[in-house]
Design a protein around this ligand. Structure first.
Ligand SMILES: Nc1ncnc2c1ncn2[C@@H]1O[C@H](COP(=O)(O)OP(=O)(O)OP(=O)(O)O)[C@@H](O)[C@H]1O
Ligand SMILES: CC(C)(CO)[C@@H](O)C(=O)[O-]
Ligand code: BAL
Length: 277
């Protein structure tokens, strides 16, 4: 496995356009990331994993400075998972000058949910992902469904820019108690880690209730929020949406397919999760 820190070195090492599979990450890797790498490997192409904490997608009050940077450990895990290349550029390499050209996604999908609570987030994500796509030129790019809206936005970007890249979404890897694996879980105290299970439980509760009685949608969402708050969480949103455009379902959509998405804060840690049903 080669670790490359510059775009020139990466381009020199890679086999050429359309000849690799790509997994973009922000590092501090866990089993969820490794599942993406395993999926990427199924294409029989060398797998490139990027590790880059992208300042553009963090608001000034968010955790850019404290986000864990664990390159040596990440490289060991990726070697074990069979990645061929790690692209880990410094900020000055990817952004040698202020990134004034940006990719602005459609507000209809990018200014709701995460984009509402993290204004500019998806512009930061799309800009860096487009740039990483230019550097890596993959045939396939693999993303987690844990970041469900991100996957939807990237798919739309790839389609609308006719990128020659297949975007794949992979099911969320979870801890035994149901908590979605996430780098930010590391911010939780042992006590908060116990409470954290309530997020996936609330999503399941809402999905089960709406599946049984679609007319209970809004009651189910409110009860799910109450379950979360009883466990000490402060929900940003907890809402059932159509899977394709992430808009609220009309009466005719309630037979599915749907997804319930949630974001909530436990102390200073903000986590997201979702469940398709
Ligand atoms: N539990 C998981 N299961 C599957 N994919 C995941 C999981 N967690 C993250 N991913 C995916 O890994 C890729 C890189 O995500 P990232 O490095 O931000 O990890 P993260 O754990 O989501 O971090 P954070 O806690 O900061 O949100 C994304 O495509 C993301 O959806
Ligand atoms: C896709 C991504 C690597 C862009 O910085 C990030 O948003 C993430 O880790 O999900
Ligand atoms: N996992 C998505 C990246 C972020 O929260 O910034």
């Amino acid at each position: 496995m080669q670790i490359l820190h510059t775009i020139d070195a990466l381009r020199a090492a890679l086999p050429g356009p359309g000849a690799c599979a790509f997994v973009p990450t922000m590092g501090n890797l866990h089993e969820g990331h490794l599942a993406l790498v395993r999926q990427a490997r199924t294409h029989g192409l060398p797998v490139v994993v990027s590790i880059f904490v992208n300042r553009l997608q963090f608001a000034p009050h968010e955790d850019f400075d404290t986000y864990p940077r664990t390159l040596e450990r990440d490289a060991d895990l990726l070697r074990g998972a069979g990645a061929s290349f790690v692209f880990a550029p410094q900020e000055s390499e990817l952004y040698p000058q202020p990134q004034t050209f940006k990719v602005h996604p459609d507000p209809a999908i990018a200014d709701i949910l995460e984009g509402h609570f993290r204004p500019g987030f998806f512009t930061g994500v799309c800009t860096v992902v487009m740039k990483l796509f230019q550097c890596v030129q993959p045939r396939v790019a693999v993303f987690g469904k844990k970041d469900y809206q991100q996957l939807a936005v990237i798919r739309q970007m790839a389609r609308q820019f006719a990128l020659p890249i297949t975007v794949e979404g992979i099911d969320t890897s979870r801890a035994d108690d149901g908590l979605a694996l996430s780098s930010r879980n590391g911010y939780l105290s042992p006590e908060q880690r116990q409470q954290a299970v309530a997020l996936s439980q609330a999503l399941r509760q809402i999905a089960n209730r709406v599946r049984l009685d679609p007319s209970s949608l809004h009651v189910a969402e409110a009860e799910g929020a109450a379950t979360l708050m009883a466990q000490g969480w402060a929900p940003d949103y907890l809402t059932v949406r159509r899977r394709d455009d992430l808009l609220p379902p009309d009466a005719g959509d309630l037979a599915g397919p749907l997804v319930v998405l949630g974001a909530a804060r436990l102390g200073t840690t903000r986590l997201i999760d979702n469940l398709e049903f």
